[in-house]
Design a protein around this ligand. Sequence first.
Ligand SMILES: CC(C)(COP(=O)(O)OP(=O)(O)OC[C@H]1O[C@@H](n2cnc3c(N)ncnc32)[C@H](O)[C@@H]1OP(=O)(O)O)[C@@H](O)C(=O)NCCC(=O)NCCS
Length: 179
Amino acid sequence: MARIECRGFSLSSVYDDRTVLAIPPVRLATLSDARAIAELSRDSIELGLGWSYPPSRIQKAIRSRTTNVAVVHESGCLLGFGIMDYGDTAAHLVLLGVQPHQRRRGLGRHVLSWLEQCALTAGLERISIEARADNPGAIGFYQRQGYRVRGRVPGYYRGVLDAVLLEKKLGMAGAGGAG
Ligand SMILES: CC(C)(COP(=O)(O)OP(=O)(O)OC[C@H]1O[C@@H](n2cnc3c(N)ncnc32)[C@H](O)[C@@H]1OP(=O)(O)O)[C@@H](O)C(=O)NCCC(=O)NCCS
């Protein structure tokens, strides 16, 4: 499958009653982004589980034609990123992270929406995610973005921590709202 790009798809702002909060655009990562992404993964996502996504593995994902590594920067600093694999019928969110001091300003939703739009454009039916069972914040975030809990995998993370499986149906598959 060719690399999927979403040129022109950009949520540039989040509106509420009184304010317009600028959100920097999402773009595909380049190899030079790999270290900052890997360090954010190590410190925010993989905490206590070792470092499964060092820069070399992130670079491999950036080079992959079936994976999108999306980033948001501001003033040259990485604010957040997401990695999604695209298959023939389904996509899989591999990692999603936002710098601690940048959370709750809509960046996680912004990056996830960008990656989801690529899956939708490619005609895929669903997106799956595994979240750490000890991370209710992330599980709540995904549920807020329309994902449903599908089950639990004991010991998914290095045999010591369970994963909660979440899934979202896309396009016509999601239109009926059937679980
Ligand atoms: C999960 C994560 C990516 C969310 O990113 P974020 O930029 O803070 O999320 P957003 O600001 O886009 O949140 C959108 C909505 O999701 C929900 N949400 C976000 N964080 C939440 C939390 N900790 N608990 C419950 N709901 C949450 C809220 O409804 C929020 O809207 P609101 O702020 O208007 O109430 C971020 O908290 C993070 O990087 N966590 C550490 C890494 C991680 O757990 N990654 C996911 C597993 S790979």
